[in-house]
Structures are given as C-alpha cells and as structure tokens.
Design a protein around this ligand. Sequence first.
Ligand code: URA
Length: 257
Amino acid sequence: MTRRDQMLDALAIGPQWQHRDAAPARLPENPNLSLLPDTEMTMEPAAASPATAADVAGRHTDADIAGMDWNTLQDAVGNCTRCNLCRTRTRTVFGAGDPKAKWLFVGEGPGRNEDQQGEPFVGPAGKLLDNMLAAMALRRGSNAFIANVVKCRPTDASGKDRAPSPEEVAACKPYLARQIALIGPDIMVALGKTAAVALLACEPSIAVSKLRGVVHRYGELPLVVTYHPAYLLRALVDKRKAWEDLCLALDTHADIG
Ligand code: URA
C-alpha cells in the first residue's frame, strides 16, 4: 500500500479512491447519474424591500470592484448590498486560506453553519473537503484558498439552504473575479454545478458528470470540475470519480511545472 493509499484509508475514503495513470481522454458517459442539487433548494430570491442608505453605500459597481485591493475587497464584501441576500445573512463569507495560493477551490455559497461562523465549508461537507485537500497534500491556509460563488447564504421561504439564483450569482460574480485576479492561482477546482456553471458560463442545466474528466479554461487558467462535497456525502459511489478529478487536477498542476 502506498503512503497516499494509507492516508486515504485513514480518511475512510481510501478503498474507493484509486489514483489512475492518466486523465480520461473524453467525457465520461453516465446517463444514469442525475446530480442532486448542492443544497436543498427552491429558486425564489429573498423578498425585496425598499433600499436604505446603507444599501446604496454597499452597492459598489463592477468597475469599482475590479480595481480593489484585497483588504478593500474584503470590506466591500462585508458591507455588500448588491442583492437581497444581504437582508437575510448573518455574516458574509469572503473565503479562507492563503491569499497567494496556487490552488483555488470554488464552492457554491454559504449554508447555515457558514452563515453563523463567516467561514466557508465548516460543516460535514467542509470536513470532507479538508480530507480531499489532505489527500492532495494541501491544507486551507497553505497553498490553497477556498472561495464561493456567492458570499451570503441563500435561503428559501422556510429558512432552508437553497442554490443561489442566476441574479444572485451575477451580483456576486465581480467579487469572485477579483479574488481570482488577486490570488493569481495556477489552477482552479470547481466544486459542484453552481461553481462550474458560474465560472465556465455554461448552460445551467448541464450535469457535473458532463463537465468532469477534462481540463477547462477560465481565461488562461486551467479549471477542473468535480462533485460538490455535500453531494459526495450523499453519493458515496461518486467519491472514486471525485478522486479521479483531483488526480487530473494534480497532474495538470504538475505539468505547469
Ligand atoms: N457549500 C458551499 O458550496 N460552500 C460553503 O462554504 C459551504 C457549503
């Protein structure tokens, strides 16, 4: 057993996660795989109410955001009122990790735990993400940064987590674009469909199974798509495919030199 296998074994993901020699040459065919949404969801945005002075102050333009430095960007996200999610959030979740990381992982958006703590991926899905990073010899804060497509928790009318609406994604996108530009990673990993669709501007109904297995580009940057850790907690059978995706990302990064 290799050291990596032992580590994966210790993380209780070893038996299902085997490194393969090379990236798959074409998109995997898996017509039976219907990807569950990353979160329990309905698509209604939070109800609108009249804008206050604080709202207007928090509405930076895309051009403002594109010129911000890291600290200004963090403050802007903290005070953001570009969409209605600001009305229901407890805390914004800017992201966490090494701001000069070579690896950038992008999730969907904060859930209940993240909204309370202001940190990305702090629940069970976060534990799995940490295990995935460890299996790649990465850690949050050490050559890896974890960001989300939206920085505030989307909830439905009954207070449950939901996926962000296209309008919420669009409102938050300049923040993510600026984070990517300032971090300057070598490679990105999109965790789940919301991140993949936002970063690759692809058809929203596309399944992750159709996007994984190849190296995409965000501008010049290589981008690998894999399953969202919350999905993997429900679909253990796909952990092996997620490990293949991470191996593709590792190989791609190694090729960069
Ligand atoms: N799911 C995400 O996509 N991001 C988080 O930060 C937490 C859960």
